[in-house]
Design a protein around this ligand. Structure first.
Ligand SMILES: [Zn+2]
Length: 430
């Protein structure tokens, strides 16, 4: 953990407790390499000045005046990146490996977990209730020290266009950020939402000023949804190689594509004991009971024998090979994991996703931009995602440079949200 190297300047009787921003404190983070999330070259020997939770100035040391009385935090030799933004997560339902625990307390617990892993914003695409709305509405404050949350509400379904429109209206009345639909037959085991229904959902959502995120699997569905006006593709195309038509549609309509590669991993990786079960970066947060359950030989055998698990293992390869052509075609890739459901471990899986994106051929800079500046843009968020003047000071201090190797995203020394240091885990609350 990073410790403050120079004493806090204390005025009057107020005492700035460690890591807490009381609105008036000005803090200068001094000496780090700063990757701002825009794709610009890193700032070497940077200074970032934070006041009232927001970035007041950022640049090289020679051009930034540190205000008198500011607290200085020495981060020389480190790299600062914007906090990671998961454009496709799910928050609040799971405890251990068990679903059905949706509550404000569980949402907050998971947002703190995300924050400790450097994920400072989660866009929850489905399964959200009123508690999620309450949590979202409480976060625009300079005292925040957990991940920000945006929500889609319940996934929209319906047997008729009218039924589906009613669900859109209910979600809009909840004041959700997104509308989420699923167009998939789950490897030909269920029936897909019909075009007439998703067209009605998309049109009604747009009337309500809401954007629609679509779960897809097949290339043809992705194209049909783009023609129908979807605003976000929430998974990789996994049945075949992407083609020029899809790339042209995504670019022309300005629609982002979220790969969620770790979703596929979670479908098959527990057929054996995964390598990460002895990774300290995983073990520091996981509930040991979850590991025990996932190492159960019956469970492993069931996964090995599962047709869908073996199918999704191949689907991951297709998803990986689709990434570089999409990026080369100019498609905005929105970092997303679909973490949150049982066995998709929030926080840890986001770092696994970054590494898989590299396996899919993206450069470390492309991956960082996808997970920060572009992720924010894809979600329509304009005060997070990059380290620029006026944005919330949501960022991660890394010991090693992630441009050398994206796996250096794991070398987290500290995480800051609205300029507040995210507290370490309280093991007693596990
Ligand atoms: Zn999802």
């Amino acid at each position: 953990m990073l410790r403050r190297s120079i004493a806090t300047v204390v005025t009057g009787l107020s005492i700035a407790s460690c890591g807490t921003n009381h609105g008036e404190t000005t803090t200068a983070f001094v000496g780090a390499r700063i990757i701002d999330g825009t794709g610009a070259a890193p700032i070497e020997n940077g200074v970032m000045v934070v006041r009232a939770g927001r970035i007041e100035a950022v640049g090289t040391a020679e051009f930034i005046d540190i205000p008198e009385g500011a607290e200085r935090i020495d981060v020389s030799g480190r790299t600062i990146i914007p906090g990671l933004i998961n454009t496709h997560g799910h928050v609040g339902d799971v405890l251990g490996l068990e679903g059905g625990h949706y509550s404000e307390e569980n949402i907050l617990r998971q947002l703190r977990l995300n924050a400790r892993y450097g994920v400072t914003t989660v866009n929850s695409l489905g399964g959200d209730g009123e508690a999620g709305i309450l949590v979202r509405d409480a976060q625009d404050v300079p005292t925040l020290d957990r991940a920000r949350l945006f929500v889609a509400g319940p996934v929209v379904t319906g047997d008729t266009p009218g039924e589906a429109r009613t669900v859109v209206d209910e979600n809009a009345a909840m004041n959700v950020n997104f509308i989420k639909i699923r167009i998939d037959d789950n490897l030909r085991t269920t029936s897909k939402m019909a075009p007439a229904i998703y067209e009605a959902v998309i049109d009604r959502a747009h009337e309500k000023g809401l954007r629609v995120a679509s779960h897809v699997y097949y290339l043809d569905d992705a194209k049909a949804l783009l023609y129908a006006g979807t605003d976000f593709i929430a998974h990789s195309v996994r049945d075949q190689a992407v083609d020029e038509e899809l790339i042209e549609l995504l670019v022309r309509k300005g629609v982002c594509y979220s790969p969620t590669l770790t979703r596929e991993v979670s479908t098959f990786v527990y057929e054996d004991v995964p390598d990460f079960f002895d990774d300290p970066f995983f073990l520091k947060e996981v509930d040991p009971k979850a590991i025990e359950q996932l190492e159960d030989p019956d469970r492993q055998r069931a996964m090995k024998d599962s047709r869908s698990a073996q199918h999704y293992k191949e689907a991951l390869e297709v998803a990986l090979s689709n990434l570089r052509p999409l990026a080369d075609g100019g498609v905005k890739i929105a970092f997303g994991t679909d973490a949150g459901p049982a066995t998709r471990f929030q926080g840890y899986f986001e770092h696994m996703e970054l590494a898989l994106m590299a396996e899919g051929g993206l450069t470390p800079m492309e991956i960082i931009v996808s997970a920060t500046g572009d992720a924010a843009r894809c979600l329509g968020l304009d005060d997070v995602g990059t380290l620029e003047r006026g944005k919330w000071a949501d960022f991660v201090v890394l010991a090693e440079n992630p441009l050398d190797d994206i796996e250096n995203s794991r070398t987290i020394e500290s995480v800051w949200i609205a300029g507040n240091e995210v507290p370490e885990q309280d093991r007693s609350k596990l």
